[in-house]
Design a binder for this molecule. Sequence first.
Ligand code: PMV
Length: 315
Amino acid sequence: MISKASAPGKVILFGEHFVVYGTSAVLGAIDIRVTANSEIINENKIIIESDFGKISVHPKKPLNQVKTSFKPFLHIAKKMLVESKPNEGIKIKIESKIPPGVGLGSSSACCVAAAGAVSKLFSIHSKHDILNLAIEAEKTIFNETSGADNTICMYGGLIEYNTKKGFRKIDNTPDMQLLVINSGQIHSTKKIVKNVRTFRERNPQIFQKLTRMESRLIKKALQAIKENDLVTLGRYMVENQSYLEKIGVSTDRIRSILQIINNTTLGAKITGAGGGGCVIALADSSKIKQAVRQIKENDYDCFSAKIDFKGLDTF
Ligand code: PMV
């Protein structure tokens, strides 16, 4: 039996980094996807394959003895096999259209798609269980994850996420056209989150003040979303970017992109960890062609994206 699942990438509209320390974050799934194919095989092996290579590992081999970026998928396969089919194996193939390491949720979408595909092989359909498996998988590479990315890739749409209160789907979302601009600088979320932790330790008062400001901004942003007020929402994104700038996760390339699109979009900011990665901009429909032209003239890659409402899809 073969089971397939796909999951969307994501953007963080508000709250990255601060979410790790208790504020809410507002995230949206975007219409660019990862697909995972999985099947039970007769050999007692776990085989993982993607554009980045192929590995074959015995299911009983401890994870800490395997040096691979495929650890999340090994975790998913090992856990399911050991619990249900100790003498068989699993093959997982990942196909992704999401650029990795640039804040678009590539690893989370991969974890959710793989958890969804493998769970289906074992007749597990609970979204809650699949999400927990995906978060456990992600923690094999990034133990400090807030879980926000996996949650949005799982449920799709727009959500408000909080590590303590969980998540809430945001209804009646405005029709948002986003531009995603890649700075071309790959980041390590783990490293940037660690840098922010150091910043927080060295500047506790500044960080606390910014956290309070972020919380207030998110409340106002949720209201702007409710009122379908994209102009105000764009302004709040610019405000959020100024906080991210203060905690040191912006770069010269990010600042140059923000400068280029300053007059042709409603607002823009980093999405995700920063330190490079992508900028998201709320497009102004009357100036979108001009914005794309300016971005391309400056040799940055960009694509337009819409909110994906489906989340995990199994088939
Ligand atoms: O992995 P990225 O680049 O999408 O960033 C994740 C968002 C952070 O808030 C920086 C970390 C987290 O786990 O929430």
